[in-house]
Design a protein around this ligand. Structure first.
Ligand code: AHM
Ligand code: MG
Length: 336
């Protein structure tokens, strides 16, 4: 395969959007830069004792903030603001959105929502973590200050979304609504190369990913689907599916995207909206999965149709191979 760098790819595909001003390309390029810095830091996690562990604070969701959560948050926000192409950013790590109100940024037409380091509790044990991002055009006029309505947009309005997985290699996977492409980082020369062009998820898979420790709290339809996954009789080849759950969303999602499978984070009695956040975890991954031919639903319809009410809103999510999501949805609808 010809060695195409992500930089070349961004510029080439920019021409697919007539009248493009190059701002979206600069956003992707800022994300690319920050991801290299964060990847480098994460790779040192076992060596530099002062960069792992918690900072002793909780974020707005009541979760312990890790030092690398804050490091990644700073790097992504700084890289994005420095390009002058977004007017604001909302992050899992910040209670409210941040407005960039200098002359250049305030007139920009995009906002970004980001989970800078998802699954960060896995860093101490050398397990893959990720960054998830979503890009919207602002709703407000460019002459007005950015406001919350610019961030509370439904998934269908996304102009781009993607993730970075810091795994056995670092990869950037993104879509601007024209298919999904994956780029693998070559640390020797500091460049991402196109390694996974036009990614498609198999329509059916053999992997199911869910925290089964919570099963007693799931609704009956979900329990029924999990026993369907485990059953032999209902499958063509008489074999149960394999259970695969890392507990690091980007890693679980990425594996299932490539191999085929379903990732589930249902509601529980104690967390009626599930755990994962709509705007910077579920909606961007839903955008990617649909672009790759898969599906993403909550317990009441498509993730991309949900109109958000709050920045840090949560939703149950079922995401992956289309036939698997369909079977689950049928059982949810018949069993409740
Ligand atoms: P985080 O945003 O605080 O890192 O939490 C999100 C993570 C996901 O990466 C993962 O899929 C999920 O939490 C795992 O939750 P659980 O431990 O309840 O199974
Ligand atoms: Mg997260």
């Amino acid at each position: 395969m010809k060695n195409i760098t992500v930089g070349e790819f961004i510029v080439d595909t920019q021409n697919n959007f007539p009248g493009s001003s190059g701002e979206l390309s600069k956003i992707l390029s800022a994300i690319k830069l920050a991801s290299k810095i964060v990847s480098h830091e994460i790779n040192k996690a076992g060596l530099a004792a002062d960069i792992i562990g918690s900072v002793g604070n909780e974020n707005v969701q009541g979760e312990e903030q890790q030092k690398l959560d804050l490091y990644a948050n700073d790097k992504f926000i700084n890289a994005l603001s420095a390009r002058g192409v977004i007017c604001g950013v909302a992050s899992e790590e910040n209670e409210s959105y941040i407005e960039f109100n200098n002359e250049v940024n305030s007139a920009a037409k995009y906002v970004v929502l980001i989970d800078p380091l998802d699954g960060s509790s896995n860093i101490d044990v050398n397990v893959s973590v990720g960054t998830i991002f979503s890009v919207f055009k602002r709703k407000t006029n460019e002459s007005e200050p950015v406001n919350i309505s610019d961030f509370l947009q439904k998934g269908d309005e996304q102009v781009a979304a993607g993730y970075i997985i810091y795994g056995s290699s670092t990869m950037l996977v993104y879509s601007t609504g024209n298919g999904v492409n994956g780029f693998t980082f070559d640390p020797g020369i500091g460049v991402f190369f196109l390694s996974h062009p036009n990614m498609k998820i198999p329509a059916s898979g053999r992997l199911y990913s869910v925290n089964e420790g919570n099963i007693n709290e799931f609704k009956d339809g979900i329990k029924k689907y999990i026993s369907y996954c485990q059953s032999e009789s209902e499958k063509d080849n008489k074999k149960p599916y394999s259970s695969r759950y890392i507990g690091s969303l980007v890693a679980d999602f990425h594996r299932n995207l490539i191999k085929g499978g379903i990732y589930m984070y249902p509601s529980t009695k104690s967390a009626p909206n599930g755990k994962l956040r709509l705007l910077y975890e579920c909606a961007p991954l839903a955008f990617i999965i649909e672009q790759a031919g898969g599906k993403a639903i909550s317990e009441s319809g498509r993730i991309m149709d949900i109109i958000p009410k709050e920045l840090h809103e949560r939703t149950p999510i079922f995401i992956g191979s289309s036939n698997m999501v369909d079977t689950l949805e049928q059982l949810m609808n018949s069993e409740g």
